[in-house]
Every structure is written in C-alpha cells, then in structure tokens.
Design a binder for this molecule. Structure first.
Ligand code: COA
Ligand code: AMP
Length: 637
C-alpha cells in the first residue's frame, strides 16, 4: 500500500485550521470553539479558543455511553508484585468519579493544582483522570526523584493537594515514598492543605493527623454514600496538567498542556501515527512520571477507546528478558512503545532472542521507539527478532506527541536506519544555521519548528511566559527552537544527532547536567566542577562529574568522590544514575573562562577531537585523559 502521508501533510499545509477542525470532530465538546486558532491569544496563539470540554469525559464517559462499558480500559500488569488487575471502561469511570468526589470534599476545584507522586499503580492513572474530571491541574512527579526535586515542584505549582502512595517497588528494594513526601513538604515554602495516601500492602506509611488521609478509607466512604463527582466543563485553553522537565538550570521547566488541543492531537496520532483501532490493546512501557506515560499510557489510548497497559516492572530481571513478550502475548498487545535503552537491556541479556519463541505474539504489529536516538544496531536487532516494523520517532516533553514519525496509520514510508522519518502534519520543521537561514539537505543545523506549534504542544511554561519566550522562541524569531541539532536528507527525512544545550539522555530519561553541577558545587570541599554525558552502551549516556577541590583539602579523594555521588542521589534522586565522580587538578577552559565540556566528553568517549584554538592551557586535556584512565572510564579512541 502506498502511503497517504504526502497527501495528508499537504492538506494540513494548505489549511491547518480546517485540518485540525476536522480532527476535532471525533471528540465531544460542551461548547464549540469561536476560532480554531487565535493568533492574538497567548504567547504565540491558542487552539480552539472559546470551546469548552472535559478531557476525562472524552477518555471515559464518552466510551461508556457509546457501548464500551464492558471493554477493558486499563490492564495493570505488575511482575514486581506478581499481580494483575483489569478495569473496564465502566469500572474506571466509576473509580475516577469516586476519587474526584473525595478530592472535591477536600476542596479541590477547577484550576487548583494537585501533585501526583505515585508509583506505577492504577491509582496513579485514576488520580490523574480524577483531576481532569474536576478541571484541576495535575502535576505528576516521577517516583525516582528525591525530596528536593519534589519540593521545587511544590513551590512552583503550589498544589492544594498531593496524592501519593506508601511505596514504589524497584527490583530488590521497596522505595518508601512517604518520608520523601514529608521531607519535601517540610522544606518547601508552600504547604498543601491535604495529602491523600494510598497504602500498599508492602509498606504502611504513617499519616500526619489533620493533613494526611487514607485513600482506601476515603474512597470506600464516598462509594458507600454513592458520592460521584460530575465532569466539570473547562475552557479548551485551560491547563490539563503541568509536567516538569529538565531545563538548563536546577529549576525545572513547568511544561503546560491544555485540554482541547491536547485531546485533538493525541486522538489524531493514535490513528495516523500508531495505526491503532479503538478496541485494540496499546502498551507504552514507560512511567506515568514522564511525558510518554502521560500521553501514551493514559490520555491517547483512552481518548481512542483502546485498552492501555500499565506495566510495573523492567524489561529485564522482572523476572527475565522475556517479560515484554509475555505481556504482549498475554494481553494481545498490537503496538508497543518504549525507549531504545529497554531493547538494549533485553538484547544484552538475551542476544539470541530465545525467550521470544515461547510466546504467541500474533497480535503484535509494530514497535515504536523514542526518548533518545534509536541506534541502528538496536533497531536492526529488534526487527530481526520480532519480525515487525520498528519505528523510531522523535518528540519532546514540550510537544507531547511526535514531531517526526513514520505514520503507520497513513501507510508506512520506507525506513531509513538512524532517522525518525518525516515531520508530522502540524510541524513545519526547518534546519537553520546561526544566521537563522535554512541549510541545504545533508547539512547540520539547529532543528526548529515554524510557529505556531500544532495543537497539543505547550502554550507556555507554568506561570512564566517570559522563560518560555527566552528558552524556546528568542534565538530563532518566528520559530520554536527544539534544542536538538541534526539534518534533513534529500527525501526530507530528519536525523536527530545531538542536543544543543546541557541536557543529557540517560536510559531515555532527560536530565540536566547543569542541575547536577549545582549539587556538586554545594559540596564543601568542591571548588569547581563540570558534568558531561558520556556514551554508555546500555543507557545511551551516563553523567560523569569532574571536580576540582578547594586548596588545603586533605581528605581522602575517594571519600569525597563517594560523597558527591551520594549527594546527587540524595538531592536529585537515583534516576540521575550519577556514579562517576573524578577529581582533577584543573578543568580545561577557554581563555575567557568557559569550561570545555564538549572536549572533555570527546576525550571520555574516545572520539577524535581538535584542541580548541581558544584553550587556556592544552596540557589540561592530557590531565583529564589520565584521570579518566585512572578511574577506568576512558575508551579507546
Ligand atoms: N522510583 C524509585 N527509583 C527509581 C525509579 C522509580 N520510579 N525508577 C528508577 N529508579 C532508580 C533505579 O532503581 C536505579 O537505582 P539504582 O541506582 O539504585 O540501581 C536508578 O533509579 C536508575 O534507574 P534506571 O535508569 O531506570 O536504570 P535501571 O538500571 O534500573 O534500569 C533500564 C535500566 C534500561 C532497564 C530502564 O531504564 C528502562 O527500562 N528504561 C526504558 C524505558 C523507560 O522508562 N524510558 C523512559 C521514557 S520512554
Ligand atoms: P523528553 O522531553 O524527555 O521526551 O526528551 C526529549 C529529547 O530526547 C529530545 O529533544 C531529543 O534530544 C531526545 N529524543 C527523543 N526522541 C528521540 C529520537 N527518536 N531520536 C533522537 N533523539 C530523541
């Protein structure tokens, strides 16, 4: 079948408003829009201005009324607790309406923020949808972040309520959430008025009288009293959620997602990009704390009437490298979406794919990869083993849905290894040089998207239009700067090669080296430091920290290195995967004092590098090289 991609992309180019207005017909609006796109509203314009809707209604109630009440909406599959649970659309709607009633009783109303600090259990999804039902704005904080990160988010979005659980489960250890939550509330300036805590059987959290409430007791009481909250109609432009993502400083960026445009873009993508039919089973093996979890565990599959899988486990070790194939086979999954790192982990454990033959994967049609560059070896391995198309696609927390993909629902385009294929309708992607001019095919440049961004993308950063302008719109006037660098080939295929800022990608998790440097610098013995992302065969990149000690420090170096590793774990969280700290005598700098992080990364990766002409003292590069060797980090060049 030939692809309809070019025809559909052209139809969007010809009339973007008509294109998105048609896509919006699939959803229920409580009030129609006045204008599809109002360029004078917001920072760069807003979508579906004047319209009203409710996202939870479109995810749940709409399907119940359309006859899907008995269809599985959510399958929780948890190898780490050896349990499974299925919620039909009817049951999930009920659970969400009940929790929303409890939240309402605690004073949560339209526009209030609610932080969700939860592991991968159904209650996390129920919590997010209950917020959406009330028109409250959720902000999910990934469970692998430490108290200080949680506190920063509490102070930025000032939640009325926090919903949490007693613990998460990592292979071999129970992660207690409540002490982290208590510490975060202790150190934050803003205090939530209530916390609703779900007690898991593996850990009972102690509750602070008057502030903390037991989830099960509260929902059981609401249930017994028949209390259910109705869907609250909100403006399409009202925020649905805030999701914090790494910026160039320790202060994360609060990416705002609206209600209307988000529904339209996600619903459209399920069909056009992922090739899914309502009623089919879709699995995003990510975490609800990340954008992939928001968009493709929770909202998109439910908006489309699919069954979504919530997987509490890892690709390997829970219990083995066949777990993904078991889930696909047992729940008849049609499409899996995960990060390449998960496949690298499986490939390392089971290079011959010996587990695959044990499972019937007849329903499985497509594997989608994103979150980091899909290296050709991994793509090839997955294709050989699974015998299905493997689709690399590219997007960001900011966009909420793919900027570039091979659109399976429009007909697959030929795959080119190393490329996430072509821009999706909505995105006019251009590669610009430093003079802001488009570069020719094959030449590297900054990857930018011509404004306006399509529905679903961030309209701004929470409470900070100016930071939004400064971070994304200022450098290339008229464009959104993705902070990725790359090129387009003669056929318009995109290649995403590197970040242009200090963000690194560790096991598909986006982390700021700047934030880690702030933590290292806070150690009393550290005079200055630099953190760079170095290549790792499993996680893609891992952080490596170089520290220069204050003069006169006599403490054992290995001891200090251990302490700074522990400090990052404590202040940012285990997810930072910060395990390499190296003491050096000095850092390589330009004559104007700029630390040469790129050159240090090249040395660590064993890549050829040119000694920068502006370097202050070239001998320092040899010292870095030696220090890396001593720590067993240097690779052969
Ligand atoms: N709560 C608490 N701690 C968590 C956590 C959570 N939700 N998630 C991860 N961590 C911890 C891990 O236990 C680990 O701690 P450790 O240093 O004590 O071992 C640390 O954070 C790093 O975690 P991670 O990067 O996930 O590494 P891992 O070695 O545990 O697993 C992979 C490696 C590749 C198996 C795993 O990263 C993975 O499945 N990634 C792909 C899928 C994905 O989630 N992508 C994200 C966006 S699509
Ligand atoms: P996040 O906001 O966590 O989704 O991270 C977004 C960043 O991850 C992008 O800006 C890219 O740097 C990187 N990324 C995501 N998907 C891809 C991909 N398919 N290929 C290359 N890089 C990717």
């Amino acid at each position: 079948m030939s692809s309809r991609y070019h025809q559909v992309y052209e139809s969007w180019e010809k009339d973007p408003e008509a294109f998105w207005a048609e896509a919006a017909q699939d959803l229920v609006w409580t009030k129609p829009w006045d204008t599809v796109f109002d360029a004078s509203d917001g920072v760069y314009g807003r979508w579906f201005v004047g319209a009203e809707c409710n996202t939870a209604y479109n995810c749940l109630d709409r399907h119940v009324f359309a006859g899907r009440a008995g269809q599985a909406a959510l399958i929780y599959d948890s190898p780490v607790t050896d349990s499974q649970q299925t919620y039909t659309y009817g049951e999930l709607t009920d659970a969400v309406a009940t929790l929303a009633a409890v939240m309402k009783k605690h004073g949560v109303t339209k526009g209030d923020r609610v932080i969700v600090y939860m592991p991968m259990i159904p209650e996390a999804v129920i919590g997010m949808l209950a917020c959406a039902r009330l028109g409250a704005v959720h902000s999910v904080v990934f469970g692998g972040f430490a108290a200080r990160e949680l506190a920063t988010r509490i102070d930025d979005c000032t939640p009325k309520m926090i919903i949490s659980a007693s613990c998460g489960i990592e292979p071999g250890r129970v992660v207690t959430y409540k002490p982290l939550l208590d510490e975060a509330i202790e150190i934050s300036s803003h205090k939530p008025s209530a916390c609703l805590v779900y007690q898991r059987p593996m850990e009972t959290a102690s509750l602070v009288p008057g502030r903390d409430f037991d989830w099960a007791a509260e929902t059981a009481a609401a249930d017994a009293a028949g209390e259910k909250a109705d869907c609250v109609s909100v403006a399409a432009t009202d925020p649905l959620y805030i999701l914090y993502t790494s910026g160039t400083t320790g202060q994360p960026k609060g990416v705002v997602r609206d209600n209307g445009g988000h529904m339209v873009a996600l619903k459209w993508s399920m069909d056009a990009v992922y090739g899914m039919e309502p009623g089919e089973v879709y699995w995003a093996a990510s975490d609800v704390g990340w954008v992939v979890g928001h968009s493709y565990i929770v909202y998109a599959p439910l908006l489309h009437g699919c069954t979504t899988i919530l997987f509490e486990g890892k690709p390997v070790g829970t219990p083995d490298a066949g777990t993904f194939w078991r889930v696909i086979s047992e729940h008849k999954v049609s499409a899996l979406f995960t990060a390449p790192t998960a496949f690298r982990a499986i490939k390392k454990e089971d290079p011959e794919g010996s587990f695959i033959g044990q499972y019937d994967m007849n329903h499985f049609r497509t594997l989608f990869l994103a979150g980091e560059r899909a290296d050709p070896d991994t793509v090839q391995w997955a294709e050989d083993m699974l015998k299905v198309p493997v689709i690399d696609h590219w997007w960001q927390t900011e966009t909420g849905w793919p900027i570039a993909a091979d659109p399976m629902g429009l007909g697959m385009l030929p795959v080119k290894l190393g490329s996430p294929t072509v821009p999706m309708p909505g995105y006019d992607v251009q590669i610009l040089d430093e003079a802001h001019e488009p570069v020719e095919a094959g030449k590297m440049g900054s990857i930018c998207v011509k404004l306006p961004l399509p529905p679903g993308c961030l309209p701004t950063l929470w409470g900070n239009d100016q930071r939004f302008r400064d971070s994304y719109l200022r450098e290339f006037p008229g464009f959104y700067a993705t902070a990725d660098a790359g090129y387009k080939d003669e056929d318009g295929y995109l290649y995403i090669m590197a970040r242009t800022d200090d963000i690194i990608n560790v096991a598909g998790h986006r982390l700021s080296t700047g934030a880690m440097e702030e933590v290292l610098a806070s150690h009393p013995d550290v005079a200055e430091c630099a953190v760079v992302g170095i290549a790792d065969s499993m996680k893609g990149q891992v952080p490596a920290g170089f520290i220069v000690l204050k003069s006169g420090v006599t403490k054992d170096l290995a001891e200090i290195e251990k302490e700074v590793v522990q400090l990052v774990r404590q202040k940012i969280g285990p997810v930072a995967a910060f395990k390499i700290a190296i003491t050096v005598g000095r850092l390589p700098k330009t004559r104007s004092g700029k630390i040469l992080r790129g050159t240090m990364r090249s040395i660590a990766d064993g890549e050829a590098y040119r000694t920068p002409a502006t370097i202050d003292d070239p001998a320092i590069l040899d010292e870095i090289s030696e220090a890396l060797k001593e720590h067993g980090v240097a690779r052969a060049g």
